[in-house]
Design a protein around this ligand. Structure first.
Ligand SMILES: CCCCCCCCCCCCCCCC(=O)SCCNC(=O)CCNC(=O)[C@H](O)C(C)(C)COP(=O)(O)OP(=O)(O)OC[C@H]1O[C@@H](n2cnc3c(N)ncnc32)[C@H](O)[C@@H]1OP(=O)(O)O
Length: 174
């Protein structure tokens, strides 16, 4: 299967925060943003896999600033690493207030998707080759993030998380 570059999965999605998306403080509800992020990330994962994908996990997401009614949200998504049947997608979210001309990053997150065949069975995905320094950093870190999420999901024994453990031992030696 032919390998791909991260830029081939690059996806940008815009949303306008409308009254129905907000809470009683006129701030965007977190669940609505997670839903939009899921769709943007799924489109990116599908571009990489050329397959139907399902969301397997969502890493911790922090909300740095409230996003206000009327703001325009930009979600950027790109596959950071492909494994066997799964891919990790990195998301960056920005909120822009067009009348005041301000734009701030509001979230970063990683979503994991698994590719399925026509019968709903998991299927191998194309490999990925990072091209820029930033993509290489994301690619390298993806192995540790995968080990952490598989441990938390009860799918991996901590003893088998070689790269994740190495990170902690390296920190202890400093
Ligand atoms: C060309 C352009 C097209 C554009 C077109 C656009 C259309 C764009 C439409 C978008 C539309 C929105 C799309 C929303 C997508 C949903 O919201 S999907 C709905 C929510 N998700 C689900 O229902 C998934 C439910 N879970 C499952 O089906 C199964 O647990 C899974 C995820 C398939 C995994 O199955 P399993 O039997 O555990 O499989 P297993 O063999 O153990 O593992 C398979 C892989 O899953 C990984 N995995 C398993 N558990 C986890 C976990 N907890 N964390 C991370 N990875 C895990 C494993 O590591 C493994 O990865 P690899 O090592 O093979 O790379």
């Amino acid at each position: 299967m032919k390998g791909k570059s991260p830029k081939e999965s690059f996806t940008i999605m815009n949303e306008l925060v409308l009254p129905n998306d907000t809470n009683t403080l006129n701030n965007l509800m977190g669940g609505r943003l997670l839903h939009w992020m899921d769709i943007a990330a799924a489109i990116s994962a599908q571009k990489h896999c050329n397959r139907i994908v399902v969301t397997a996990s969502v890493d911790n997401v922090s909300f740095h600033h409230p996003i206000k009614l009327g703001d325009v949200i930009t979600i950027e998504a790109k596959v950071s690493r492909a494994f066997n049947t799964s891919v990790e997608v990195r998301l960056d979210v920005y909120a822009e207030n067009i009348p005041s001309g301000t734009r701030a990053k509001s979230n970063e997150a990683y979503y994991t998707f698994v590719a399925l065949d026509q019968n709903g069975r998991t299927i191998p995905v194309p490999s990925i080759e990072p091209e820029t320094a930033e993509e290489t950093e994301l690619y390298d870190g993806a192995l540790r993030r995968r080990q952490l999420r598989l441990i938390l999901g009860g799918k991996m024994k901590p003893d088998d998380a070689t790269e994740l453990k190495a990170l902690f031992f390296a920190a202890q030696k400093k």
